[in-house]
Design a binder for this molecule. Structure first.
Ligand code: FES
Length: 125
């Protein structure tokens, strides 16, 4: 079974790298390793667990790829089910639902409630 290194960057906070099995979601691996991430439904419907893909490791060997925006979620994750909480423009912008996404490469993700705030207008602020 393949394992991947997934770096979790809390916006404005620490960065931690966890090993994630190919059949495991990032949320499951984070809980297994004691790195808590926000979550709600665990079915891809609420968006609470959203992260934003920052980089796909392994592309750095290609100098041309280094300058590109490494936000193609489909290259980095396999979804267990349809990510209903994300619009297509969100997926195009690199947002990924960590409760249903299993990695297919080493990668770096921005995580935490501030990433969710990028997606949802807060009526209270
Ligand atoms: S926890 Fe609801 S979409 Fe992931």
């Amino acid at each position: 079974m393949a394992r991947y290194e997934v770096a979790l960057d809390w916006v404005g906070g620490p960065s931690r790298t966890i090993d994630v099995d190919e059949n495991e979601t990032v949320l499951e691996a984070s809980q297994r390793t004691g790195r808590s991430l926000p979550y709600g439904c665990r079915t891809g419907a609420c968006g609470t667990c959203v992260g934003r893909l920052l980089a796909i490791d392994g592309t750095a060997a290609d100098d041309d790829a280094r300058d590109e925006e490494p936000t193609n979620v489909a290259d980095a994750f396999a979804y267990r089910r349809t990510p209903k909480a994300l619009k297509s423009r969100h997926r195009d912008d690199g947002y990924v639902l960590l409760c249903i996404a299993a990695p297919r490469t080493d990668c770096r993700i921005a995580v935490g409630s501030r990433v969710q705030a990028e997606l949802v207008d807060n009526p209270w602020k």
